[in-house]
Design a protein around this ligand. Sequence first.
Ligand code: GTP
Ligand code: IMP
Ligand code: MG
Length: 337
Amino acid sequence: MPCTVVVGGFFGDEGKGKMISYLVVKDQVDVAARGGVGTNAGHSVTWKGRTYRMRMIPSAFTNPNTQLLIGPGVLVDPTVLLREIEEVGAAHRTRCDPYCAIIEPEHIREDQESAHLKGKIGTTGTGCGPCNADRVRRAVRTASEVPALKDYLIDVPTRVNEVLAEGGTVLLEGTQGTFLSLYHGTYPYVTSKDVTASSICADVGVGPTRVGTVLIVFKAYVTRVGAGPLEGELSEHEADMRGWTERGTVTGRKRRAAPFNFDLAKRAVMLNGATCAAITKLDVVFPECRGATDFGSLSSDAIDFVRRVENKTGIPVHLIGTGPAVEEVVDRRNGSG
Ligand code: GTP
Ligand code: IMP
Ligand code: MG
């Protein structure tokens, strides 16, 4: 079936943005629609020698023929959206749903000043939690009420389902990660809604019978920003020694790191009904694999690791990231390896 959903398998920042940008360059994707929470996401996409850090527009912008949509479940910060549209020159092909809820300056202020949210939970401070709380109270503005967004509105569920009915291809972009889900994550250290595959579909307005592929993205190790449990967490020194130290795309905070967690991966596959997986940053754990695009050229340790992930999770690893650039991917979808 021509509808694919991409989700994060750990705590966000698995490299979904990079994998999505690869998929749309490689495949013909008519429409990419973003689900997930809102501007708390930060996708890094390294494309044609430049690194883009996007929080609102779909990472699929790397294919100039792909329409870029934002589903009604997503929170929109108009300033961020308009800036990103301008940055990638995608005004003609970026649209959001009139029912998207609007993040107001007061939401951002509350998120950044609240001892509970910013202090205890360690939120991104982007206003998403307070905005979703107001949305549940039915007290937010929607995109249809923002004059600056007037030219960018379309009925996203109708558009996406029309493309599917005509035999076109659709990619639904999830954000965050399974264990940041409000329902399935490490509550209270979670984001402000569910972010598993079912919710990403609901965010865009696609029913479960329309989805053929659920691609779950894992990193070759686990990272987490903000507070909350992280099994096997390494000391900062150890993470630095291994080259696993990262900084958050949105907040610049250091990401905590731990080795790949097979039990979490297995549970994430279950919660998302994942049909296949991607593993990013294989080159960070196995530096000899840097830049590889062919499964056979990976080291035997790296191949063993990939096979262990497959055995433990019960799904095939279709894509492997071997560097930050869009094209640094081993693509096993045609059965190689
Ligand atoms: P959220 O939506 O915020 O969860 O983010 P994300 O899943 O899109 O990931 P993010 O871009 O925040 O973090 C992933 C980081 O890993 C980025 O800096 C990417 O450039 C980088 N990256 C992704 N894949 C690879 C890879 O295969 N190898 C290397 N070396 N870097 C990678
Ligand atoms: P919030 O979503 O900003 O309310 O933050 C709640 C928790 O989710 C915090 O631990 C954040 O660090 C984490 N979080 C939210 N979005 C992302 C993301 O895109 N990547 C990684 N962590 C995130
Ligand atoms: Mg991120």
